[in-house]
Design a protein around this ligand. Structure first.
Ligand code: FAD
Length: 424
């Protein structure tokens, strides 16, 4: 596989850390070897390094090259699969975990002085009555858990006033959630892990994991000998296909960044600078960047392939909400792969006592990757309670997906898009 640099995103153009990490060469020893330098891998490396483990992190391209450095930057939605987890762990534990990702990110941004434009405020918006009813239920959940003060339902008129569009029936504001520059967060966490002794290797594709008295994680130019391994390649993952194929489907998601918008627009449309995401199965999500661009994202292709022009394909979705932006210039357009799991609950587990995996956040991964990282670090240290609850999820594997993966995603996406179009 050719070694790739960061994609041409707004984030890559505005990253504040140009550190490069040398490729793995020769043999290297570690307590834990992590494969994949996105949030799952980097946050796990940092957690384990904070706890005194010798960590080696091996990334085939650059740190944050995958979804973690390309996403919408929305720090939203906590943990998926609350009901399943509550059956095995109880609600108290589920609520401790639910916003743990947000807490970890907040702590790390402060502790390691990571400049990543972290801002609080999120509005989840409804297109249909059934979605509004879901929000009302969700706010009740939060109230029952003693979290009610951070959340507020907003009526149709107030939503229109806030967002400068009549498209939504209402929404829910969360002041626990928010948005950030994901690549700068990922690079900052990698820097922190490195500062605590983690060894980081870029441009080092892992080609094989061989189990012996030590586990040998091989690349073209070297190997890490480790006691434990975490596979954190998410939608870009291609190892251990016998056990893991067909469980996580790569689907394209795309973002455009406009030129910086005039103050007049930003003073009347989303003046509070919230992250916005709708409740459709195939959602639109948007927010302002720190320099006043609209970063507008969504899933616009159902073929599993990148469209010829991301900008042109995404534009109609943005203009359907803000037609007044018709003449605005698009400065950046890019896409990445999200890892979709049929049950929409992350795929956390073990291939053996010593080989772990964490992937499949189905589109919402900024916070959940951080929760997963802590769960995996705990499990590696012997506290497997939460991991074991995840392992009880009976994930669906689609047979033949190694040959028909994109077509299956395409079919699934069309199905969900059709559901979104039903007006109730
Ligand atoms: C366009 C887009 C918008 C999104 N928007 C949001 C959002 O606003 N909010 C949100 O919460 N989530 C969002 N997501 C989802 C979120 O970004 C992901 O869930 C999350 O970043 C997954 O992190 P990860 O570390 O598991 O995977 P990735 O960030 O994809 O990292 C996996 C890494 O593993 C590496 N790798 C794979 N195989 C190997 C190998 N054999 N050897 C070495 N390295 C390997 C890859 O190169 C890659 O860097 C979005 C995703 C996309 C693509």
């Amino acid at each position: 596989m050719p070694r790739e640099e960061h994609t041409g995103s707004y984030y890559a153009a505005t990253r504040n850390d140009d550190t490069t990490y040398a490729p793995l060469a020769g043999e290297h020893e570690a307590d834990v070897c992590i494969i994949g330098g996105g949030f799952t891998g980097v946050a796990s490396a940092l957690t384990l390094a904070e706890r005194g483990h010798r960590v080696a992190l091996v990334e085939q391209n650059r740190i944050g090259w995958g979804a973690s450095g390309r996403n919408g930057g929305q720090l939203i939605c906590g943990l998926a699969g609350r009901n399943h987890l509550a059956k095995h762990l109880g609600w108290e534990k589920v609520w401790q975990l639910h916003y743990r990702g947000n807490e970890l990110i907040k702590e790390r941004v402060q502790k390691y002085a990571i400049e990543c434009d972290l801002k609080y405020g999120f509005i989840e918006v409804a297109h249909k009555k059934s979605q509004l009813a879901g929000l009302a239920q969700d706010i009740q959940y939060h109230r029952d858990a003693g979290q009610g003060e951070h959340f507020r339902l907003v009526e149709r008129d107030e939503t229109a006033e806030m967002l400068g569009t009549e498209r939504y029936l209402g929404g829910m504001i969360s002041m626990i959630d928010g948005h950030l520059h994901p690549l700068n967060l990922c690079l900052g966490e990698a820097r922190a892990a490195k500062g605590l002794g983690a060894a980081i290797f870029e441009h080092s594709e892992v080609t094989r994991i061989a189990q012996g008295s030590k586990i040998r994680v091989e690349t073209h130019s070297g190997a890490v000998l480790a006691d434990k391994v975490l596979i954190a390649g998410n939608a870009y993952h291609h190892l251990e296909q016998q056990r893991l194929s067909g469980l996580v489907f790569p689907a394209g998601s795309f973002v455009v960044a406009t030129e910086p918008l005039p103050d007049d627009f930003r003073k009347t449309v989303n003046a509070q600078d919230f992250a916005v995401c709708d409740l459709n199965h195939v959602p639109d999500y948007y927010r302002y960047s720190a320099d006043g661009r609209l970063l507008f994202g969504g899933r616009c292709n159902y073929s599993g392939k990148e469209p010829k022009s991301i900008g042109r394909t995404m534009l109609p979705r943005m203009l359907a909400i803000y037609p007044e932006l018709a003449s605005v210039k698009i400065d950046y357009a890019w896409g990445g792969k999200i890892g979709i799991v049929v049950k929409r609950m992350p795929l956390l587990g073990r291939l053996s006592e010593r080989v772990f995996y964490a992937m499949g956040y189905s589109g919402h991964g900024v916070a959940p990757t951080h929760i997963a990282a802590e769960i995996m670090a705990n499990a590696m240290q012997g506290d497997t309670e939460v991991l074991a609850a995840y392992e009880k999820i009976k994930h669906r594997r689609i047979p033949g997906s190694q040959w028909f993966g994109n077509q299956i995603v395409a079919f699934g996406m069309l199905y969900y898009r059709a559901l979104d179009m039903i007006p109730l």
